[in-house]
Write a protein that binds this ligand. Sequence first.
Ligand code: PLP
Length: 383
Amino acid sequence: MNDRAGTRPFLPFARPTLDEAMAAAVADTLLSGWIASGPQVAAFERALSDYVGGRPVRALTSATGAMEVALAMLGIGPGDEVVTPAQSFFASANVIERVGARAVFVDVDLATRNVDLAAAAAAITPRTRALLPVHYNAPLDPAALAAFRARHGVRIVEDAALAIGSRVAGRPVGAAGDIVSFSFHPNKNLTTIEGGALVLGDEAEAEAVSRLRFHGIVRLPDGTRDVVAAAGKFNLSDVSARLGLLQLARLDGWVAARSRLAARYFERLAGDDLLTPERLPPRDNPGHSWNMFTVLLPLAQTGLTRRDFIEAMAREGIGVGLSYEAIHLTTHFRSRGWREGQFPVAERIGRETVTLPLFPAMTEADVDRVCESAGRILRAGRP
Ligand SMILES: Cc1ncc(COP(=O)(O)O)c(C=O)c1O
């Protein structure tokens, strides 16, 4: 697809990096005689474990499935509460309700978009079993999470869907912490088409996840099978895992490319009177893997709606994402009693946010093109 003038290729807001070698490896696995979970999944789990410093890893069909399994593994269910930010992808909250527990929302920080830990502490009740924070526009601080866990006696399931490849305190996200969940959806830093993984505290937890991702089945000494929990099915295929292995080998290079492109955005937007620094992600953001470049649109100043902006960018051949609506204002969570006005920062982000294109194969000229179009559209204002 080309832009209005038909001269420049459409620039999506996200695109996985896939090449002939990956296609050949996938084809090789496809024809290998074993395509469901098998040796490639085991190899991918070992490689991911090495990447995050040796903690046990289990691969699953998605981050959504992974987080649901993690909560089930912790025995979280009806009568329990899990504290989570009101600004994230819907999956972060849905998984809490999927296991029968109650999602308790709290607000986020405007710049990092990460959960406000003081608000999270204030939301703790005797029913709270876990905190489910999201690595969003900056890596979460492992020391702050460890202190939260110790102070409140709750488990922490980190939603690191956006954050594979991020580093904090000199180590990859996943190297420290309690339970960490990654996504390998095509828009993420590493893709297995669909897929996810959990980094677990110990081998016993990893074995429990192995059971819960595959029907709750255990093998008995006589070779027959038993079911120890009425679990679902969340096992990754070997075809996906083979792709994941090749992607993982490239991850750090791609994160470096993302970081260079983010720097170009900051350079180009420096001094802009509409996209001012408080509307951009934090610039000084060491270790961030830049899965997205999100900005808050100056809607009141320009008279534009977000839809006007997105459509005008599309006419210029530029894709713009929307991450994310405020979760507590969705029909489902309104039906649970959540209301407008409870989390002003999450709601403002939900109204104003857009995600500008950022993926490793982009060039600095692509960033310049996005900034030029966005600046012109915003300055022209409402037609
Ligand atoms: C913050 C966040 N959490 C969870 C998910 C769910 O990931 P998956 O599609 O692998 O289930 C996503 C995907 O967009 C996400 O952005």
